[in-house]
Design a protein around this ligand. Sequence first.
Ligand code: 5GP
Length: 138
Amino acid sequence: MSTTSTARASSDPPPTPVTRLDAMTEPSIFTRILRGDIPAEIVGETENAFAIRDIAPQAPVHLLVIPKTEQYRNVVELAAGDPDLLTEVIGLANTVASEHADGDFRLIFNTGAGAGQTVFHVHAHVLAGGLNEKSLGG
Ligand code: 5GP
């Protein structure tokens, strides 16, 4: 008779918590928008990037330009890993700023939680349409 058992020996490491696995594999909110799982107004697209309206606008025109890949968490990683894709993101920002405002715009990449980043799938905020405040901080 076999003595094989599925019981864990007390010396075995504990199993990996499912929540940690989920956190590692769960697509970002922007990937879910790109897939159509979450509704959003897509206002522009290139081969490797897309643009949407921010759900909580902080300027008369507030758009997000996002690489289709979520491989890069922030703009520093993007610049190091794929400078051509960063150039494509900036080009799309320029295009949508011209289409949705007068072409002048402010481009912001929050980088790190301490700078206000909440979605760790790199994205550019395009603020336009009459920016009255003169401060970059706050
Ligand atoms: P961060 O704070 O990471 O720089 O910017 C994330 C941005 O994504 C925020 O401005 C937030 O309003 C926006 N955002 C978060 N969830 C959604 C969503 O489901 N739809 C859209 N359109 N924007 C979102």
